[in-house]
Ligand binder design. Sequence first.
Ligand code: 6PG
Length: 461
Amino acid sequence: MNDNGWVVCAYNRTTEKVDHFLENEAKGTKVVGAHSLQEMVAKLKKPRRVMMLVKAGAAVDSFIEKLIPLLDKGDIIIDGGNSEYQDTQRRCHQLAERGLFYIGSGVSGGEEGARYGPSLMPGGHREAWPYVKDIFQSICAKSNDEPCCDWVGEDGAGHYVKMVHNGIEYGDMQLICEAYHLMKSALGMDTDDMSSVFNEWNKGELDSFLIEITANILKFKDSDGEPLVEKIRDAAGQKGTGKWTAISGLDYGTPTTLIAESVFARCLSSLKDERIKASNVLEGPEGTTYNGDKKDFVENIRKALYASKIVSYAQGFMLLREAAAKFGWNLNYGGIALMWRGGCIIRSVFLGKIKEAFDKNPHLTNLLLDDFFKNAVGRCQAGWRQVVAQGVLLGIPTPALSSALSFYDGYRSAKLPANLIQAQRDYFGAHTYELAEAPGKFHHTNWTGTGGNVSASTYAV
Ligand code: 6PG
């Protein structure tokens, strides 16, 4: 904010950090410091705009409690952390009762973004937006001169969109890890070769921040000259946003399968000790080496990654649509794609294509049905199927690549075997079924001749 001409007052409850900041990073700037919340509030222009960047959860509530008595009606509190969207909904209501405004804003981009332009996804009390808009849109990343920040919607909409961003981030990262695993185990490629492949991919339709950093990570050498990545323990951490996205998918009945698989893949990876034991007991196929044409296989992995990525984003936007309907948010899907186009962790050329798809048809029900994406998946699917099949045959897990393919095949099926599920439910629990030719009317059959004719009531969860 300071770099863009705004005067900022910095506060941290560990006040030595304020002094250290003023004497170092903020030296020679217009940044002023405060050693108490009272002092900070006294230094701010009205309406006061207080932006918190603290750990999601109790710390946010605790700051809000301390700020409320110090602020006046019309002042604005902004939460820029990764808060859970339902917490943000609650805080919006709590602060509205006190005459204060609240903005829950997704902020993405890591350390680089924080300094040189993040993607910002603000939501909450719309009345506060005019007081924040110029600041946010001046500091955020730009894509073709357009700000990667706009008003998302009411209540927790900003944090919801950030949560889905993170779920997609988990999916992208898992897909890249599966590509790496296949190249390493099936093709025996070394880190330098893999780095070159990712570099090459980054010049085409997969051009993105995560592919770029993967190429850099793979070629990075430790002080002994060995690739550092191979020394890192294969147990992934997580702070919860991917899990929240998967839970939200389950809550709203949206099959966000790729994100859920990516969260579970991290969970499975973290069972490191169990996996070591199991690796000495459980058998797989003999050998994990692919004996066909190496170059073709690498290209098929690229296609599998790209097609799966399309499915992942299609699922993410399906979830946004469900949440928008549930909460009455008027989400601008093209605008969200633009917010993610630059500055954030999932930034990519691909998001420009998503924006184009929604600009062309704002009511698009599914990204897969847009001509550009339909054709892209069509072009990639033979290679994608080869890769998933080889993964299965060689015993190399590809949970995200293969669940994306299953979703694709399920979504494009006019008929699925769920008729049998309905029959089973009715058989054992009298849960009733509809007939294909007359939906809306529920029937119960006495399948065994010994069951009764009383059926359970019908409801969908
Ligand atoms: C971002 C990131 C960021 C998040 C990290 C860590 O958009 O800048 O999403 O908000 O903190 O990605 O997330 P995990 O620890 O859950 O992997």
